[in-house]
Design a protein around this ligand. Structure first.
Ligand code: NAD
Length: 424
């Protein structure tokens, strides 16, 4: 198993280099054509826009926004838009490439894209966020569209943001175009089940990983980092499956209860108070310490670069199911692999979201909507089949589940590139 994942010499804090390190390992195993490798290691298109916004106090501020399309070989670019002070071009590049690999792992007909604006949304009013979203949309209008690039929510954006984006695009094109974004409000063409999809997909992946490893299907101890759309719902579904969530966190810190947290009560507390801190019957735990708590399953569902060469030796979980994008560095991969920790990689584990986004796009184009259980059942089939495909690829290439997932997706994207040929 070890030969494919020797520690790469890259900066752990640069997500794009982390993505490239995995692509390099998979390309070597696949004996990928060097020209195809060059195409896949370079984003297809990048747009940087300046976004002027009239602030509520009458001043004018200029924000920087990005939209990167890593690949359109398998279909329109697909991927979220993130609002955060930490957004950078390399982060957006990495996230857009991860979308390419993710869509290919679950075999939905999309390429990969991602967007972001450098801003602190917690310090902005709804009006300021709306004006920023609309101007950003107008500035990237030429490269997006239902057949070109379909945005979605990511950190600090949600269905309200998607509704503004959809309306701005529709005003410009003079036609209500619901298929321009996914993750919209259900009343505005969103899909039932999209809100729950990523967290539920994470829970399905955890279930399949436990089955694969011969571990119990109930009663496992679980630690979840992050309690937003992904972490909160993953905790809820794993709790409903009969597992014991012993710790959870948000950006302010974590809560720990060895006997198991009452997850519905935790989520209600979070809704009421805006943070987990102080949940009755729990003790406080810092985010760094939370990751190394004793548990069977660890679900990092907050942000990138949480499990690195600094803490990978101390991780006690037997299974890591990556809800977040890029939570583990390439150097940490090698340490975890040596220590026998099974990692269900991000591009597989959190793909339930983009799978249901694909269903949303299909429903918008059909103008016909499915019931929630139908959405969940179709997504479950795709997640189970994809887990099986990744495990089979791991056996075929004698590598980790992460590099196997890359092998599977790189092979699928390379096939489309090769069949389409180079337009000259
Ligand atoms: P969110 O904004 O709803 O929640 C993020 C959570 O992480 C919050 O609880 C926040 O307090 C916490 N957090 C933020 N920074 C943190 C830090 N430094 N330490 C600890 N906790 C921190 O975002 P989300 O939609 O749940 O996304 C979480 C991750 O999952 C991101 O990496 C995102 O790209 C990825 N993802 C999201 C989806 C989706 O459908 N929402 C799909 C695939 C992947």
């Amino acid at each position: 198993m070890a030969q494919a994942t020797s520690p790469p010499n890259t900066s752990e804090s640069n997500p794009y280099l982390q993505m490239r390190a995995r692509l390099d390992l998979a390309s070597k195993l696949l004996q990928l054509d060097p020209g195809v490798y060059d195409i896949l290691s370079t984003p297809f298109q990048e747009l940087t826009v300046s976004v002027p916004v009239k602030m509520d106090n009458g001043s004018l501020r200029v924000f920087t926004g990005y939209r990167v399309q890593h690949s359109i070989a398998r279909g329109p670019a697909k991927g979220g838009i993130r609002y955060s002070p930490e957004v950078s071009l390399d982060e957006v590049r990495a996230l857009s490439a991860w979308m390419t690999w993710k869509c290919a792992v679950v075999n939905v007909p999309f390429g990969g894209g991602k967007g972001g604006i450098i801003c602190d949304p917690r310090r902005m009013s709804q009006g300021e966020l709306e004006r920023m979203t609309r101007r950003y949309t107008a500035n990237i209008l030429d490269i997006i569209g239902p057949e070109r690039d379909v945005p979605a929510p990511d950190m600090n954006t949600g269905e309200r943001t998607m509704a503004w984006l959809m309306d701005t695009y529709s005003m410009h094109t003079r036609a209500t175009t619901t298929a321009i974004v996914t993750g919209k409000p259900v009343g505005l063409g969103g899909s039932l089940g999209r809100r729950e999809a990523t967290g539920l997909g994470v829970a399905f992946t955890a279930r399949e990983a436990l089955k694969h490893l011969g571990m119990p299907d109930q009663g496992c101890s679980v630690v979840v980092q992050g309690s937003g759309n992904v972490g909160g719902l993953a905790a809820q579904f794993l709790h409903e499956m009969g597992h014991k969530i012993v710790a959870m966190s948000d950006m302010y810190g974590g809560i720990h209860c060895e006997a198991g947290l009452d997850i519905p009560a935790v989520l209600q507390w979070l809704k009421d108070k805006g943070r987990l801190e102080g949940f009755p019957g729990s003790i406080a735990v810092e985010n760094a310490a939370l990751l190394t708590l004793p548990c069977d399953v660890l679900v990092p569902a907050a942000t990138e670069n949480q499990i690195t060469s600094t803490n990978a030796e101390d991780i006690k979980a037997k299974v890591i199911v990556e809800g977040a994008n890029g939570p583990t560095s390439a150097a940490a991969d090698a340490i975890l692999e040596r220590r026998g920790v099974f990692v269900a990689p991000d591009i597989l584990a959190n793909a339930g979201g983009v799978t249901v986004s694909y269903f949303e796009w299909v429903q918008n184009r059909m103008g016909y909507f499915w019931e929630k259980q139908d959405v969940f059942d179709r997504m479950e089939r795709i997640m189970v089949d994809s887990f099986r495909d990744v495990v089979q690829a791991a056996e075929k290439y004698q590598t980790s589940a992460r590099i196997a997932a890359y092998c599977l997706s790189v092979e699928r994207v390379a096939y489309c590139l090769t069949m389409r040929g180079i337009y000259a």
